[in-house]
Design a protein around this ligand. Structure first.
Ligand SMILES: Nc1nc2c(ncn2[C@@H]2O[C@H](COP(=O)(O)OP(=O)(O)OP(=O)(O)O)[C@@H](O)[C@H]2O)c(=O)[nH]1
Ligand SMILES: *[C@@H]1O[C@H](CO)[C@@H](O)[C@H](O)[C@H]1NC(C)=O
Ligand SMILES: *[C@@H]1O[C@H](CO)[C@@H](O)[C@H](O)[C@H]1NC(C)=O
Ligand SMILES: *[C@@H]1O[C@H](CO)[C@@H](O)[C@H](O)[C@H]1NC(C)=O
Ligand SMILES: *[C@@H]1O[C@H](CO)[C@@H](O)[C@H](O)[C@H]1NC(C)=O
Ligand SMILES: [Mg+2]
Length: 427
């Protein structure tokens, strides 16, 4: 076989055109015989390991589809949407996958969905909930519905949940915005970005479509997941009675939140729901050395600027719906900092979760690999990487886990109680 192939390849390169055509046609004929050979080979291979496949996962009960399988029935059965999803998925939690997205981001949305489906949702078929401040186009709905293995639903955000409230002083807003532009604050010039951050901080969980669920997973356009999920993160939250989960943590740009911590301190001082003996206050305020790494980002307040990167988030909607969180959000909102400054939903969610939840109610999903430009995270345990069929390179400079701009070490130290082998232990 190889001989034949090499021979043709060599011959093709130095033959006149007419001759080449003839050889190509011969080649196609030979290819036909070849495909029949592979049909029976793939049939054989398909069932070769039936007896030894682990039977715990639904995936392994289905024939494994490979791209060179010519077995028509297998392909069409497997691809039949709504059938497998109706019956053969593992027990599901009361959860949905949420994407706030613009119509023009369709391509990036599909890429993210594809990645999440391939690495997680194709087994579970959780619903997707899409939210937008303007109506979704038919094209957007068709394409995302085709990409989803579960049901899809589309919500239009009410104007009062999205727009700048009318009690915002417009002159002050214009002045503050100009100042932020002059200071080159990231997204400092964007009103829609401010709306988005305030919406994500205080309104996403109030959307009608989410009333039907307990848990959500946040997803954005243009993100990727590099390893198969080793578990259902919703189930992990429920079983551990946890309320919030993250994968990446790092320092916030202080110039986006000059007065956020002042507002938070007022809340801590006046609200009875903050218990610093059981929450993660230390995670937010610890500025000590971690190993030999100094905090690379100086801050002018007691807040060390650490936050969970909220573009990936798994959470209990009932936490955000709680009186405590609503009081916290209202307190911040009244300061106007979502508009006069450019408070992000990441520090707002993170500080809220860190103050109002018990340490053990926050989960670091360290076996989930995730990429949102420019950073990613990738499991480092060799077995996990094999077991979860990882594609990521853990030594990539953009793997943020223990790089100096990561707050993960602070979480390990102050949230989950881990310590570092190379660090001198205090006790
Ligand atoms: N419907 C709608 N969605 C928005 C708008 N602005 C941002 N989003 C969505 O909100 C999420 C966060 O916005 P991004 O632009 O990704 O913000 P970011 O992640 O902080 O920054 P980059 O990804 O680095 O640009 C994404 O899912 C966006 O699709 C908007 O004006 N309308
Ligand atoms: C689902 O597939 C099974 C077997 O593959 C078939 O018997 C059944 O009719 C299908 N159900 C639907 C709703 O298509
Ligand atoms: C899912 O959660 C929502 C919100 O808490 C609740 O109203 C609904 O009854 C739950 N559904 C199921 C099937 O448990
Ligand atoms: C992983 O990334 C590092 C740093 O960029 C690089 O040196 C190495 O070759 C990469 N490994 C693989 C397998 O791509
Ligand atoms: C958090 O870090 C600080 C400073 O290193 C330390 O004093 C404190 O005990 C830590 N808290 C927990 C819960 O580990
Ligand atoms: Mg983004």
């Amino acid at each position: 076989m190889w001989f034949w192939f090499k021979h043709v390849a060599f011959a093709l390169s130095c033959m006149p055109l007419v001759m080449q055509l003839v050889v190509r046609i011969e080649g196609i004929r030979a290819g036909h015989a070849l495909s029949q050979h592979f049909t029976s080979r793939s049939e054989e291979l398909l069932h070769m390991y039936d007896a030894v496949r682990p039977s715990t996962k639904v995936r392994s009960l289905l024939p494994k589809l490979s791209s060179n399988t010519y077995e028509k029935d297998v392909v069409s059965n497997y691809m039949h949407k709504g059938n497998i999803s109706g019956e053969a998925h593992p027990p599901r939690e009361n959860a949905t996958i949420v994407m706030l997205v613009r119509n023009m981001e369709l391509e990036g949305a599909l890429e993210s969905m594809r990645s999440l489906e391939d690495h997680f949702n194709r087994e579970y078929h959780y619903d997707f909930t899409f939210l937008n401040d303007v109506p979704f186009t038919e094209e957007f709905k068709r394409a995302t519905t085709a990409m989803a293995s579960g049901k899809t639903q589309y919500g239009l955000i009410p104007e009062e949940d999205w727009n700048r409230p009318d009690w915002i002083d417009e002159d002050k807003f214009a002045r503050c915005m100009k100042k932020m532009v002059d200071e080159e604050v990231m997204y400092g010039d964007s009103t829609s970005y401010r709306n988005m951050c305030r919406f994500n901080s205080g309104y996403f969980f109030r959307q009608k479509l989410l009333d039907a669920y307990d848990y959500y997973l946040r997803i954005e356009p243009d993100v990727a997941y590099y390893c198969d999920f080793p578990y259902d993160p919703f189930k992990v939250l429920r079983q551990r009675k946890a309320k919030y989960g993250f994968v990446i943590s790092m320092y916030e740009y202080e110039n986006t939140i000059p007065t956020l911590w002042d507002a938070v301190e007022e809340f801590i001082a006046t609200d009875a729901s903050v218990h610093n003996d059981v929450n993660s206050y230390n995670f937010l305020t610890d500025k000590s050395l971690i190993g030999r790494l100094a905090p690379i980002v100086p801050s002018t307040s007691d807040y060390n600027l650490c936050h969970f990167w909220s573009n990936f988030e798994v959470g209990d909607l009932n936490f955000f719906r709680s009186d405590e969180y609503l009081r916290y959000f209202d307190h911040l909102d009244k300061k106007g900092g979502f508009h006069y400054e450019r408070w992000g939903d990441a520090p707002v969610h993170s500080i809220g979760a860190a103050l109002l939840l018990k340490r053990e109610e926050i989960v670091h999903f360290d076996q989930i690999s995730y990429y949102h430009p420019p950073f990613m995270t990738c499991p480092t345990a060799h077995d996990a990487r094999l077991d979860q069929r990882c594609l990521c390179n853990m030594t990539d400079p953009f793997n943020i886990d223990v790089s100096p701009n990561s707050c993960l070490m602070r979480w390990w130290k102050n949230g989950s109680g881990k310590f570092f082998i190379r660090e001198d232990r205090e006790t």
